[in-house]
Design a protein around this ligand. Structure first.
Ligand code: NAP
Ligand code: G4F
Length: 325
């Protein structure tokens, strides 16, 4: 019988790649979606006929309990979250509810209704924040720098706690930044590649960005969802850093992205304090040795290939939109 996976956040970047992967692995897939005034299935349109949608919201424990009862999932991937760090400064309460207590609601529903369900929590390198060591491993202490990071630290430890207290198969993937042509337009990589396309095609001349010296360990989302699935197949639940082990600055991202379109970023990028954060995470670099050794996981797409993939996709999309197609 096919395994059943329930994915929260299936309409998001990672949810869409994970759904594709699990379909290829022969899973029966249920995606949890919340009610919006207009459907936003753009990222999963191509697979909508092969997945089943269930209604629910991280804020509503009854909808989560109903989802567990009706789907009876073998695996739950909790990818849903308020995922944009600046919004967490503007809406800290909402972020704590979604990203912190939302996870507790899932763990409680599983514990009470189907305790043999395996649970994946989308933890994040943002938990390392003001980093205590370089590179960061599973043993590096956390020092989050945003309400987003603080809520995710709660989520991380409540997942560990339910594993230790109740024996749930609950794992944290501590994922470093991962990107793709499906990344939301507000995140810096996609903002840059969309900006490159608009400038190249004559729709804009400037791109206003914040801290160009911030450094991140950027990988490809398609590679990173494979790590989520691999850790759920392990007999023992555990926590894993998922990263490429290489870092670049926002400035370097700009340089490569603009040159992909034969442009010089220095002619177009304007530094704007509007995009600075109340507290910045200056530098993140992961050590994925444990995932490499235990899960045999390796990223396949290089940084340069990722930037090229994103620029090319945005050039194609913006060009298509200009033609009215
Ligand atoms: P994303 O594109 O922003 O997707 C977030 C998803 O969460 C969307 O499907 C959204 O649904 C859903 N969602 C938000 N609030 C919800 C609520 N109250 N109830 C139900 N669903 C809700 O994020 P992503 O980049 O795919 O990231 C996936 C997860 O990994 C997130 O938890 C994020 O914090 C974490 N993470 C991401 C990265 C990264 O670099 N991408 C790194 C580490 C960890 P709507 O479509 O309805 O808005
Ligand atoms: O792309 P970002 O907004 O991603 P950030 O804050 O690192 O968070 C992402 O990765 C986390 C994993 O570490 C996830 F947990 C989280 O959900 C999200 O997916 O910003 C990256 C860096 C920051 O240092 C920011 O200050 O880029 C810098 N930056 C510079 N100019 C900018 C801009 N970021 C944005 N969004 N917009 C700018 O104009």
């Amino acid at each position: 019988m096919a395994k059943r996976a329930l994915i929260t956040g299936v309409t998001g970047q990672d949810g869409s790649y994970l759904a594709e992967l699990l379909l290829a692995e022969g899973y029966e897939i249920y995606g949890m979606v919340r009610r919006l005034s207009m459907e936003n299935y753009d990222r999963i349109e191509h697979i909508l006929d092969r997945i089943k949608l269930v209604n629910g919201d991280l804020l509503d424990e009854y909808s989560i309990m109903d989802a567990v009862s009706s789907v009876q999932p073998d695996e739950v991937y909790n990818l849903a979250a308020q995922s944009f760090v600046p919004t967490s400064f503007a809406q800290p309460m909402l972020t704590a509810q979604f990203n912190g207590l939302g996870v507790l609601r899932w763990l409680e529903a599983i514990r009470r209704l189907k305790p043999d369900t395996r649970f994946y929590q989308a933890s994040t390198s943002e938990m390392f924040g003001k980093v205590r060591e370089v590179p960061q491993t599973e043993l590096t202490p956390f020092h989050p720098r945003s309400p987003y990071g603080v809520a995710k630290v709660y989520a991380y430890f409540i997942t560990v706690n339910y594993r230790e207290s109740y024996g749930l198969h609950a794992s944290n993937g501590i994922l470093f930044n991962h990107e793709s042509p499906r990344r939301g337009l507000e995140f810096v990589t996609r903002k840059i590649t969309d900006g490159v396309a608009r400038i190249k095609l004559g729709l804009a001349s400037q791109l206003r960005l914040g801290n160009l010296e911030a450094r991140r360990d950027w990988g490809f989302a398609g590679d990173f969802v494979r790590a989520m699935w691999l850790m759920m197949q392990e007999e023992q639940p555990d926590d894993y850093v998922i990263a490429t082990g290489l870092e670049h600055s926002v400035r370097e991202f700009c340089e490569i992205a603009f040159s992909r379109a034969d442009l010089d970023y220095r002619d177009h990028v304007v530094e704007d304090p509007e995009f600075w954060r109340p507290a910045e995470v200056h530098h993140l670099l992961g050590d994925p040795s444990k995932a490499r050794e235990k899960l045999a996981w390796e990223p396949e797409v290089t940084f340069e290939e990722l930037v090229a993939m994103m620029v090319d996709a945005d050039l194609e999309r913006v060009g298509r939109e200009m033609k009215g197609a």
